[in-house]
Design a protein around this ligand. Structure first.
Ligand SMILES: Nc1ncnc2c1ncn2[C@@H]1O[C@H](COP(=O)(O)OP(=O)(O)O)[C@@H](O)[C@H]1O
Ligand SMILES: [Mg+2]
Length: 324
């Protein structure tokens, strides 16, 4: 089976009054069928820019300036707007953090959910309504019928998040991109939503590209992990090697900021130093100013590409962390 998603050397930029923000700087990743791939990194790393680029939903001042995004083998960067519209909501969908604002305030949940189905299938309104109720039930909504007639402002953040997930999953897409979907809900609800998401993706055979700044979410969900820093994926590996033998000093540093993985409060604490300015980027590795292992080579040579450290374990570093 070819991968669901293959991103090759992707670049995304935003025009701003004082220059250009280099939000994604040569990201490559491969997402296999039915896999949960987590992209993790601090705020401002370019995670949402990556997600929006894949969906073809960058704002007007943003653009893909290089690379390819192959979805089922078709390059989305050069695909027509019409083709992207057909894919969105049906074959691939996106859920992001601020669910409440993404819902239309003047339509009921039911109207909005059934609209997705009617647009992408030949079901009539009644049948579509049934499918929606079923989906809400699967996501753990106790009274789906009542939920269908509710307006978004009457729902809690967690309920809105479930509705957004139902909307994203109702067509059983090949790929779901979930961008910080549990960041605004409490820990218990987060665990439940993630569990449902895992079940649903298994049942509907959807691959999930899960974007988060929370290593706890990564530990819960990921099969493969990509660690993002300043628009670069600096390390890619399966879940356990990322936690047990991280090779990039940034990944290593991130893990040092965690108190204990099984303890509460697993949000990433700030590392020492500040993330780099993405307007005036340099050729060198962006982590050098904060890196505990930087060599003079790191300041002189262009940032290294990903190289394979162990089987299926890649890191972009001249002086990776070693283990005995
Ligand atoms: N619409 C935009 N216009 C200008 N700059 C943007 C825009 N969206 C994001 N950026 C900038 O791009 C960089 C990456 O942002 P983003 O992808 O949102 O990061 P993350 O999701 O990892 O927090 C940041 O420097 C951010 O300020
Ligand atoms: Mg973001």
């Amino acid at each position: 089976m070819p991968p669901v998603l293959e991103i090759q050397d992707l670049r995304v930029e935003f025009r701003v009054p004082n220059g250009v923000v280099h939000a994604v700087n040569g990201v490559s990743l491969t997402q296999e069928e039915e896999e949960v791939f987590c992209v993790v990194g601090e705020s401002g790393a370019g995670k949402s820019a990556l997600a929006l680029a894949v969906m073809g939903l960058l704002p007007d001042n943003g653009a893909v300036t290089g690379g390819r995004i192959l979805f089922d083998g078709v390059d989305l960067v050069t695909a027509s707007a019409e083709h992207l519209r057909q894919l969105r909501g049906k074959s691939m969908s996106l859920v992001f953090q601020d669910a409440q604002s993404a819902l239309n305030p003047v339509q009921t949940i039911g109207q909005q959910l059934t609209e997705v189905i009617i647009t992408h299938s030949n079901l009539n309104r009644r049948a579509a309504g049934g499918v929606c109720q079923e989906m809400l039930r699967e996501l753990g909504v106790p009274d789906p019928r009542r939920m269908m007639s509710a307006y978004p402002f009457t729902l809690s953040g967690g309920q809105c998040q479930r509705v957004m997930l139902a909307m994203a999953l109702v067509m059983r897409p090949r790929l779901l991109i979930a961008d910080e979907v549990t960041s605004s809900v409490d820990v218990t609800l987060q665990a439940e939503i993630l569990e449902r998401l895992k079940e649903l993706s298994r049942d509907s055979k959807s691959a999930i590209l899960l974007i988060t700044h929370d290593m706890g979410v990564v530990a819960n969900m990921a099969r493969r992990v990509g660690v993002m820093y300043a628009g670069h994926l600096v390390e890619i590996a399966d879940l356990l090697p990322i936690f047990q033998q991280p090779r990039h000093p940034y990944t290593w540093s991130l893990l040092q900021t965690l108190p204990r993985l099984d303890a509460a409060g697993r949000r990433l604490q700030a590392l020492r130093g500040t993330p780099p300015d993405l307007i005036n980027i340099s050729e060198q590795c962006p982590f050098v100013p904060r890196c505990p292992k930087a060599l003079s080579r790191c300041r002189e040579e262009p940032t290294p590409g990903l190289s394979e450290m162990e089987e299926r374990h890649w890191a972009a570093c001249y002086n990776p962390v070693e283990y005995p």
